[in-house]
Design a protein around this ligand. Structure first.
Ligand SMILES: [Zn+2]
Length: 312
């Protein structure tokens, strides 16, 4: 986002963006708003909502204080005179509301949609955020006009004018929608696997961790740094869900000496990354590659059914 708009948001919502200029060792907010100008209005409105209770309480306090200080103590609500206790009560309300304003820790674009992270929010805050993130899939990130998710491999949200020639609309899979967003489920499986797998240097194909019945998870190798060297901080994983995973044991893959043979007709492979230092898991939605020929809705439903099976 251009500097001018970035500054404007920080000035308008200083509490929310109090970490904007904090060091990178403390917050990812040091990178600013890592998305296009087209989402400025969306972020502006989301920011206003996240502070709305505090702003309301502040206005109420400012009003009573102004009247009190100007010696216009009468007539106040109910024909009474304003007392110092009335002023103090509103000041306390304002302080309480202030404590609940979350701190934003990261704002970025990912898979064509807005990702907005806060520290310690209320349910209401998270609902606003989810709404804004979903809406971003309909707003051109470049100019703010109505848009759609596009591209192949690299996914972005754009209006017709800002769509690269030849790029296609992405299937409206809408995996951000609550009941269809399976990635937190898969993340849960992966975290359980990671916490139970072998220690030490792993070989690709290692499946020593725990995974749900019928599902196969394997360590798939370490990342590479810019010099092409192995980066032990970054680990990649593959999560296989078979069409019969709900009721049957996972049917083992046939293997060549180097790798296993994927079966796109009967299973889906979901790739994921894990960063050791930040404890961050990134699930790559299967809709964004060609890892399966199974119906996408079927796969999504299956993931939720497996989760349900194991939680009952
Ligand atoms: Zn546009």
């Amino acid at each position: 986002m251009r500097e001018e708009l970035d500054k404007k948001l920080v000035e308008k919502y200083p509490l929310l963006y109090r970490d904007r200029y904090a060091p990178m060792t403390e917050t990812a907010m040091c990178w600013g708003f890592c998305c296009g100008d087209g989402w400025y209005n969306l972020i502006d409105i989301l920011s206003a909502l996240l502070c709305s209770k505090y702003n309301y309480a502040k206005e109420r306090y400012d009003t009573i204080k102004e009247y009190y200080d100007a010696d216009k103590k009468w007539p106040w609500v109910g024909g009474k005179e304003i007392t110092p206790e009335d002023v103090e009560e509103r000041r306390l309300e304002m302080e309480q509301a202030k404590e609940l304003v979350p701190t934003v820790s990261q704002v970025k674009e990912k898979f064509g949609t807005l990702r907005f992270y806060i520290n310690a929010g209320t349910d209401e805050h998270y609902n606003y955020i989810r709404f804004a993130e979903n809406l971003s899939a309909r707003i051109c990130e470049t100019c703010g006009a109505p848009g759609k998710r596009r591209g192949q491999g690299y996914i972005y949200t754009a209006c017709d004018e800002h769509t690269e020639k030849g790029d296609l609309n992405v299937n409206e899979t809408d995996y951000l929608n609550d009941e269809r967003n399976y990635t937190p489920v898969v993340e849960g499986w992966l975290r359980e696997f990671i916490s139970t797998m072998d220690d030490g240097h792993l070989r690709p194909g290692n499946d020593s961790g725990d995974s749900p019945f019928g599902v196969k998870i394997i360590f798939d190798g370490y990342g590479e740094n810019d010099d092409g060297e192995e980066d032990l901080n970054t680990e990649s994983f593959a999560i296989f869900v078979h069409k019969n995973s709900l009721n049957e044991e996972f049917p083992e893959h046939e293997q060549t000496p180097w790798c296993l043979i994927h079966r796109p007709k009967e299973e889906v492979c979901i790739w994921a990354w894990y960063e050791n230092d930040s404890d961050e898991v990134t699930i790559i939605p299967f809709e964004e590659n060609n890892s399966t020929e199974l119906d996408h809705d079927f796969v999504t439903k299956l993931i939720f059914e497996i989760e349900k099976r194991d939680n009952e």
